[in-house]
Design a protein around this ligand. Sequence first.
Ligand code: GRF
Length: 215
Amino acid sequence: MLRIVVCVSGGGTNLQAILDGIDAGKVTNTEVIAVISNNAGAKALQRAEEKGIPGICISPKNYENREAFNRGFTDELCRRKPDLVVLAGFLVKIPDQAVAAFANRIVNIHPSLIPSFCGVGYYGLKVHEKVLERGVKVTGATVHFVNEGMDEGPIIAQKAVAVEDGDTPEILQKRVMEQAEWILLPRAIDDIANGRIGLVEGKVRRLQGNVTGLI
Ligand code: GRF
């Protein structure tokens, strides 16, 4: 059983997609053992509570400096001993010590086709604003492993979504969620939980047969 901790800052619709996927039997071999948010009011924490999943708020605001927060966040993760950490709309930079402690065991969902529209300053609605500003015709979402860089880790899965005339950032964000994010993230977790993907020379590859424990 893949025990996952999901980190979320806001609405938690990606968290919900994971929970629904587990309930529907589309995500197998997976258990959400905790939800962490930096925002005590996050709807995601309510979603966790409804499911009887422990919800924890760890905010940089409650620590005297960033270093103390980084230690607190990493310690909390280590205490929970997850097999995988899922960043599902988590707007806080993951401390380097957490990335080191969970090397190749943290995944993130980003609402664009990396390496476009990603990196510092590209988060939430801002990504979709920049997409519309540039006038690209195709955008999408990416699930990737997290390394020390910003949106730079090995890519697990991507899905393209059309940009349409008249789109606002909000409309485009909704389409990217519906057509890409809510499908890609649960599927990537299911692939990891069932040993279908692994890292080969720094790239994510589909494995032949089911081999667990390769990430
Ligand atoms: C998603 O678009 C995610 O890709 C982004 O933030 C949004 C979070 O939405 N980084 P939700 O909290 O899952 O509803």
